[in-house]
Design a binder for this molecule. Sequence first.
Ligand code: URA
Length: 259
Amino acid sequence: MSLERLQKVLARVGYGSRRACEELIAAGRVTVNGEVAALGRQVDTATDRVTVDGVPVGVLPGLVYYLLNKPAGVVTTASDPQGRRTVLDLVPDEPRVFPVGRLDAATEGLILLTNDGDLAQRVSHPSHGVDKEYLAEVAGVPSPGDIRRLRDGIDLEDGRTAPAKVSAVAPNLLRITIHEGRNHQVRRMLEATGHPVVRLVRTRIGTVTDRTLRPGSWRELGPSEVLELSKAASRRPRTTRRRDTRAARAASPPPRPSQ
Ligand code: URA
């Protein structure tokens, strides 16, 4: 068992000074195992579940979060029968980490690797709606109608895609943001418009981005980056949000326009 004072643990993972963390606790914003924590509380970082403002906090010492700029040709799986380099070959061996979600071998750009299973699960789960942004160079020039189709949702063999954010950066270069993460999703969406991908680069994962990280390089996320990502991955599922909005509208119809 590794007991530590709650304010010390929160300060370590980026919630500010110990004094600031004491204030968070005193304000009733911190829970341990579902109960509002009292000042002076000790936690077992191996087993206790801590949240701040409802956002789960990874408190285990030794959690690491790497941001890697994956080059084309490197695979996301742990080992490759064809002997290609894997993302694990590009980051330190210890502690052991795993990739959060996957990028196709041909896709370049940002991918997270961590040993924080809880955050990894929340970031990669489509319902939390963590946006993933891509730059896609495509064959030909998509028309405004093609871009509208991508925005509205495209019928693929595994169902219609959720609306995407799409803008043209150049005639054959689209910035496209999705949150579902189905297999080969961006490639299949663009293929369906008749403009197959020539080059695909992931440029943002939720709140995390980095224009200076060179292909093949990695860096650790800072505590505030982990925190912001964790918040983004704790938002209520989009479908629930949409249903809630409809329910709220039905419960209280809009006021009549005044005469
Ligand atoms: N969409 C794709 O088609 N490929 C990726 O690697 C990521 C998103």
